[in-house]
Every structure is written in C-alpha cells, then in structure tokens.
Design a protein around this ligand. Sequence first.
Ligand code: TYD
Length: 172
Amino acid sequence: MKKGKFIVIEGGDGSGKSTQITKLKEYFGDNAIFTREPGGSPYGEEIREIILNSPNAKQADGKTHAALFWASRADHLKNTILPGLESGKHVISDRFDSSTYAYQIHGQQEHPLKEIFPVFRNFFVGDNVPDLYIYLDVDIEEGLRRKANEGVEENHFDRKGGFLKRMHAGYL
Ligand code: TYD
C-alpha cells in the first residue's frame, strides 16, 4: 500500500507556525492527519499535561523533560503517526524530535544529551524518520514582537533572551 508522507513543522515563538498549519489544513483537507507534540495521541496528551501544566514542572531539568518528550513521542508514533501513514494519508506534525534537540539540548543546556541524541532517535524513531522537516526561521526580535501583539499565553519553555538565542542556534 502507498504510504503517506511524514512532515514536521518547526518554529519558535511568532514564527507563523500556527498560521501555516491552518493553511495546510485547508489545502490537504482529508488527505492529511494533523497532529502535534508533545501529545498527539491519548496517552501522549496526558504526558503533555504533565510536561506543560504540572505546577511541579519548573523543578525539573532538561534531562527529565527530554525523557518525558521521548515517552510522549514513542506513543505518538505508535498510535497516531504510523497508523496514519499506513492508511495512506500524509501526517503533518506540529513539532517532533527537532524540538527536543533545540529546546532541551540547546535551550535548557543539557549538553550531554547531544551525544546520546542519535541513540535515542534510533531507538524511538528508527526507520520512521520524517520525510521532511520544515523550520520556519524567524528573527528572534520579530518573533517576540509578533507574540506580544497577539497576547499569546506563555508556558514555562517560553524563555527570553539567551534561551531563545541558544534554541535558534540549536535548530540551525
Ligand atoms: P505549545 O503550547 O504546543 O507551543 P508552540 O505553540 O510553541 O508549539 O507548547 C509546546 C512547548 O514544548 C513549546 O514551548 C516547545 C516545547 N517542547 C520542548 O521543549 N521539547 C520538545 O521536544 C517538544 C516537542 C516541545
């Protein structure tokens, strides 16, 4: 059976990721499944809640977060991405492993994770690597301006200054 394509959209604050995803939804209609990370499957969404909304999340470091993101991703792949591709549809994910690379290794400065990243990627993703990653690269200041104008709510990964610069370098 013909498999669909697995496409990942990445981008920092104010990069226009949501706008582009809305347009892609209009374009692809029923031919694509739209999903997101963290989350994207029932169990993955529960892990998302712990990562983003637990009052204790601020005490955790990049190691803990990386482990939770990989756990969420493993379930997301098994229960949403792979069945979607097998059904012949394209799967378009708002973020994937490139976010862990940029946010946890670079943003949260868990540098030792860099060395084991390929091992984790191989173990959790294996042959199911995305067909295409699209990174919406927007100037950090411009992204912050847009975000301020939209009045978007912040989560604890939305840091300022140095974090954003490191994250941007991580993506590149
Ligand atoms: P979300 O509200 O979905 O933000 P956005 O609109 O920016 O995608 O929150 C997801 C947050 O989780 C976002 O700040 C990026 C962060 N994140 C990581 O730190 N590591 C990861 O592996 C993933 C998938 C997301």
